[in-house]
Write a protein that binds this ligand. Structure first.
Ligand code: SF4
Ligand code: SF4
Ligand code: FES
Length: 237
């Protein structure tokens, strides 16, 4: 039997799952990320959202699952909703970041401990590594920093997006991602081999070689800039 026109045009019901946001129940499509599901039900991100692509670390989220006592952590823009998720957004993670001048330091454990003495209190509990949405071995880079292995600390923490989730689980009150940032700065300043073309490029910039090019780009529309960006030459590693 053939379908009538109205049967053909009738939309199939979209399946939904139940999630809870700040204690309120909502039915949302299971195909959404946490961020999109929250927007779907009417929340507007004025804070706690940036790149929407897993790079900026602004969308730290904690959640529980029904019948499970554990607290899970995630980036809201990178994690799909699940049936029974109980969600809470973190506006930001407060963690002290000391001021320092990387030019006056040496790439050593002393530099780390001078600004982050709490690193010496690390209990090796590994709670930080378990919550990292980037699957970074956070405890390892903390230990490398403590041992003065700045290159290894920088390398291990390279994918850190500074979401701060590790810091909220640390019983020793270590702001791991700030420690890692100092390690990477020390690495970049004192250890990393400088590309041989860098001095040449700086000289060219100071001599104004790229002024015309900058002016041309500044006059482009957003769409044209995006087009150029996608077609750019990539530096080979
Ligand atoms: S190391 Fe910490 S701040 Fe960096 S991505 Fe992992 S949890 Fe986030
Ligand atoms: S959570 Fe804190 S104390 Fe535990 S391993 Fe990580 S840095 Fe060390
Ligand atoms: S919004 Fe940037 S990591 Fe999620």
């Amino acid at each position: 039997m053939s379908k009538t026109k109205s049967e053909n045009t009738k939309k199939e019901a979209i399946p939904t799952i139940k999630i809870y946001i700040m204690g309120q129940a909502y039915d949302v499509p299971p195909t959404l990320t946490i961020m999109k599901a929250m927007e779907h039900v009417g929340y507007k991100f004025t804070r706690g959202s940036g790149c929407r692509a897993g790079f900026c670390g602004a969308c730290s989220t904690i959640y529980r699952k029904e019948g499970d006592f554990r607290i899970y952590t995630a980036l809201a823009c990178q994690t799909m909703v699940e049936e029974g998720m109980v969600l809470a957004q973190l506006p930001f993670v407060p963690a002290d970041k000391p001021a320092y001048d990387v030019n006056s330091l040496t790439p050593s454990a002393n530099a780390i401990l001078r600004f982050f003495p709490e690193v010496a209190r690390c209990l090796s509990c590994n709670a930080c590594s378990k919550v990292c949405p980037q699957d970074i071995k956070v405890m390892d880079y903390v230990q490398f920093s403590l041992q003065g292995q700045i290159d290894r600390a920088a390398e291990e923490s390279f994918d850190c997006v500074s979401c701060g989730l590790c810091a909220i689980r640390c019983p020793a009150e270590i702001p791991q991602y700030h420690v890692a940032q100092l390690a990477r700065r020390l690495y970049g300043k004192y250890i990393m081999e400088t590309p041989n073309y860098l001095d040449e490029r700086i000289k060219e910039i100071e001599e104004g070689k790229y002024e015309e090019g900058f002016k041309e780009i500044m006059a482009l529309s957003k769409e044209k800039i995006e087009e150029r960006y996608k077609k750019r030459d990539m530096e080979s590693s």
